[in-house]
Design a protein around this ligand. Structure first.
Ligand code: ATP
Length: 361
């Protein structure tokens, strides 16, 4: 076979894939406990996202100068990029208290009415996953955002009455991973929308240096660069990898993190130089080794790695596609030349039906 492995670093896993992923951008229990200590407290401390920061800075300064409550803000972007952190910064910059809730927690309009009616003047209401709110609550929110008023419906059927309730002016900060899922009437009621991008490696290095200082762990520039390169553009993952590397450094290297220690620690945790973990490499490895790089159907690929179709499609593939390692085509999943190079394999020169013409291979 002409796609034999050429390096031992890229040995593919054959067993079942771990559920508990170090490179998952969603928060786990440990993150929730430590994140509060690592959150930047003001816009100056908040790394990266220059455009959103600059625009938000203007919105907040103008509101402060007018002595008014800031406009409603919508933050969109992938998990772990700093939406919750930014909402807390908005409250801090406005010297206002903050109330935190989420779309799925508001199942009935009454739940929302209870929260809105207990807000103080100027308070920031952070509504995470705003796209997952129930429809009646969403409709109540329209009026609350625009007129600072809600109609509370009392009773049922023909005897039902709407009792208007005045609300103090407040700032809604909505966060969503999918801005496209928000109904236009809701989207239009936000005065400012900030789209959060994935972070560049240099920005993640700054996040890592800052967190290392707060966690009181020594790290040099190369050590931070090594962790940043594996953090998938996401500060939450960078902070989580830093904590695992810190454990390793404490046990094996008197606490100091350099490139060698970071790489050795993350090898133990099976996060490779590009941030792929076992699941990612299992999917990519099967695509290359079993199917000659594809095209292959999603179901077949999922069976080959012993995972559910949804796990492959929703958990592994988005990052592989983003990294330009895998393409979704009408004929099935196809590996790119970069995928072969990443796993240290040589693409077949003939017989890989369907690859020709897709990438000029
Ligand atoms: N720009 C940044 N600078 C420094 N640290 C950051 C930045 N953005 C995020 N972080 C850190 O990353 C972690 C996750 O951030 P945060 O909880 O705000 O993400 P999120 O976008 O709200 O995620 P989710 O959508 O899952 O709620 C926090 O510990 C925070 O300190």
């Amino acid at each position: 076979m002409n796609w034999d492995e050429t390096g031992s670093e890229t040995d593919e896993p054959t067993g079942p894939v771990l559920d508990d992923r170090l490179v998952d951008a969603d928060a786990d229990g440990e993150d929730t406990a430590v994140e509060a200590a690592l959150r930047p407290k003001d816009l100056d401390e908040f790394v990266g996202q220059e455009k959103v920061r600059e625009q938000l800075d203007l919105v907040l300064k103008a509101a402060r100068a007018r002595g008014a409550t800031a406009d409603h803000v919508l933050l969109s972007g992938a998990p772990g990029l700093g939406k919750t952190t930014l909402s807390m910064i908005i409250a801090a910059e406005m010297n206002a208290p903050i109330r935190i809730t989420s779309g799925p927690a508001i199942q009935h309009a009454g739940d929302l009415a209870a929260i809105l009616s207990s807000l103080q003047e100027g308070e920031v209401l952070f509504l995470d996953e705003i796209h997952r709110m129930s429809r009646p609550a969403e409709e109540m929110l329209y009026m609350a955002m625009e007129d600072f008023r809600v109609d509370v419906i009392v009773g049922k059927g023909p005897g039902a009455t709407a009792i208007p309730l005045e609300l103090p002016p407040f700032t809604l900060v909505g966060a969503t991973t999918r801005a496209g899922l928000l109904p236009p009437p809701l989207r239009d009621r936000f005065g400012f929308t900030g789209h959060m991008e994935f972070y560049a490696p240099a920005e993640l290095e700054r996040v890592i240096h800052r967190s290392a200082r707060l966690l009181d762990v020594g790290i040099d520039a190369d050590g931070a660069a090594e962790i940043a390169g594996r953090s998938r553009g996401t500060p939450r993952i960078a902070n989580r990898l830093l904590r695992r590397v810190r454990d390793y450094a404490q046990v094996k290297a008197e606490g100091m993190i350099d490139r060698e220690i970071a790489a050795a620690a993350l090898k133990v945790y099976e996060v490779d130089a590009r941030g792929l973990d076992r699941l990612d490499r299992a999917v990519l490895g099967a695509l290359l080794k079993l199917f000659g790089g594809g095209p292959v159907g999603l179901s077949t690929l999922a069976v080959a790695v012993g995972e559910e179709r949804e796990t492959v499609e929703e958990v592994a593939e988005p990052f592989l596609v983003r990294e330009g390692l895998l393409a979704r085509t009408p004929r099935g999943r196809v590996a790119t030349p970069a995928a072969w190079a990443h796993l240290g394999l040589v693409p077949p020169t003939h017989g890989a039906k369907g690859q020709q013409g897709l990438f000029g291979a």
